[in-house]
Design a protein around this ligand. Sequence first.
Ligand code: AMP
Ligand code: ZN
Length: 465
Amino acid sequence: MSRSLETFEPIEKGSVRMYHCGPTVYQRPHIGNYRAFLFADLLRRLFDQLGFDVIQVMNLTDVGHLVDDADDGEDKLEVQARKDQVDPWKLVEQVSEQFFTDLKALHVRPAHHYPRATDHIPEMIQVVQKLLEHEHAYQVGGNVYFDVHSFEKYGALSGNRIEDLEAGARLEVNDEKRHPADFALWKSDPKHIMKWESCFGPDGFPGWHVECSAMAMKYLGESFDIHTGGEDNIFPHHECEIAQSEGATGLPFVNLWMHTRFLRVDGGKMSKSLGNVYSLDDLVEKGFEVLDFRFLVLKAHYRGSLNFTWDALQSAAEGRKGLMDFRRRLEAACTQGKGGEEGSDIVDKAREEFQLAIAEDLNTSAALASVFDLRNHFLKRGLSFAEAKQALAFFNEVDDLFGLFPEAVETSSGLSDEEVEALIVARTQARSDKEWALADEIRDQLAEAKIVLEDGADGVRWHRS
Ligand code: AMP
Ligand code: ZN
């Protein structure tokens, strides 16, 4: 809102209450959506790590999100249900289930509440009634609209001016509205499948924006700390949420707004016609792990641009393997207890750099650089037993925040297939860097785990002896 960095001050000391705009559950969320949700998870993990009492809410939009994001067009859910020839309620169930499966695979910590819009219709009606009482809204037949001229701050978040909006061609003329920029709080349409009877008439359903106001205030109170979403949510969605919530309560709605920049694909927008609207399954089908995508997202600052390409995912996969391999070596060094007992301040310095980067508007990209620097340093010059212990503790703190490493799947040889492959990549790298001692060390380590390497023209093959 202030367009500047601000020091985070919770409303209530030691606690943080956050709301994230969740998926519209008409189609399985795509990887772009997950960029926004992974950012929400990063905030969650950070506040957990800092010892805050966290209440985190992510809604599921299952009605009222119209095709054009504003007041026109059909309900996205009903359009999709018709295409799939399935009942919209059934579609909501199917997509929500896929969404939760995806979240789990992505190591997203479950939010405390996942409210569904259709379970909160009475709360939405209450907000609309309050707005009518406070003369921020007016009713025309079964429709209720918000009067944007009644709310002075309208436009403060997005930087839009009502005059410009009204002059804009985007706004279709609607005779019922007092001003073209007014937006719907409640609509009525006998053809709508998901509909409710209310004090405004029969066959009604809520506007998408009022859903989030009502659900956020129900679970987090009338004023809360942080609200997030993707950058497209800034306008109209969040601008309207502020107007409705503050218009209804007279209190400040949210202290801090944070928006994730859109994930682009192949340098452009994801679009069905280009066939590049990817789901997590599409990545897995190409041989990647879901956590490689998590890493790709974390490698970029949430407000920075991020372009998804298969090459970028490949390099994220290699980077993640490199980190996993290093952590495994740290674990081994700690259990074997070889080498000197001397600690050093190298790990403390890396930790300090990491924490400073995260504190500066969650700059995960800079934070990860300090982790890689530490790894490279130790790979070059080796490390003592005490340093391995320090570094492992630091790696575990990093992973508590980033959630990148799977639980180790140990095989009888002590190394999983994935770990073997990571070591082979590390060895190949060491050889091309002419780090012969390191390459030999990795070869010995693999030999100890009874892994046989075959160096061929087409790369390294391996099997268990
Ligand atoms: P929707 O399912 O369209 O309601 O979107 C759910 C969330 O995903 C919203 O916060 C959107 O802003 C966000 N979102 C949608 N597309 C992208 C994208 N390409 N990159 C990042 N976030 C996105
Ligand atoms: Zn929302």
